[in-house]
Design a protein around this ligand. Structure first.
Ligand code: SF4
Length: 213
């Protein structure tokens, strides 16, 4: 497995960071006459951070890169400090189940920008911001993820993101293997069993923050 330097990790995180900042700017620019513009921007920013943490807690523990420097965006190392290792054979199921939770981070700014353009009149700066967000979120980020992170992944054949489609029929309800840490992953599985399914697979044709890169 390749190990990534801090500089690589920084580079691989840039598209997601840019996406969250551009998304926040859409709220500020699109609703600048509203007192809710800044609170909405801050809430979106917080959801971007929460989305990254969600991946670290619920997907990374089952990834081959958990606790290694081979995770291109560094989440695997942080994940190991938060939760116990999960079952590798459950990666595909975890991915499908938890990706839909963070999908709104990609969609909400586009919807908010469209609403602002319709309600407050067309504006080139806002339209440019929405275009920049969309290119980053739906083109650059998936590209960086696939080219730099996923290409050498030892479990890409079972990864919905890579679309190679081999899905194991494994019962993963219990999530993490027993050890001395906090079993947040399996708790969430019990709490949110309905998140898996078509939406996750459809969206995984794009990206997850180098998230599940
Ligand atoms: S490669 Fe993706 S799923 Fe694996 S540890 Fe890194 S961020 Fe998590």
């Amino acid at each position: 497995m390749r190990g990534y330097s801090h500089l690589d990790v920084l580079f691989n995180n840039l598209p997601y960071v840019a996406m969250v900042l551009l998304g926040s700017a859409i709220f500020v620019l699109g609703f600048d006459a509203s007192p809710w513009a800044w609170p909405a921007a801050v809430a979106y920013l917080a959801s971007g951070v929460a989305g990254a943490v969600w991946v670290m807690v619920f997907i990374c523990p089952s990834c081959a890169y958990y606790a290694t420097r081979s995770c291109p965006c560094g989440y695997g190392v942080i994940s190991a400090r938060l939760v116990r290792r999960g079952r590798r054979e459950c990666f595909s199921e975890k991915f499908r189940r938890h990706i839909p939770v963070i999908v709104p981070v990609w969609l909400i700014p586009v919807a908010a920008g469209a609403v602002a353009l319709v309600r407050h009149g067309f504006s080139w700066p806002l339209a440019g911001l929405v275009a920049a967000f969309s290119i980053d979120a739906f083109v650059v980020l998936p590209l960086v993820s696939r080219r730099h992170g996923c290409a050498g992944c030892p479990q890409k054949e079972s990864c919905p993101w890579m679309g190679l489609g081999k899905v194991e029929s494994v019962s993963c309800g219990k999530g993490s293997a027993p050890a001395g840490g906090l079993d947040l992953a399996s708790s969430a599985d019990r709490a949110a069993p309905g998140l898996a399914g078509g939406a996750g697979r459809a969206f995984s044709a794009h990206k997850t923050p180098p998230l599940a890169s």
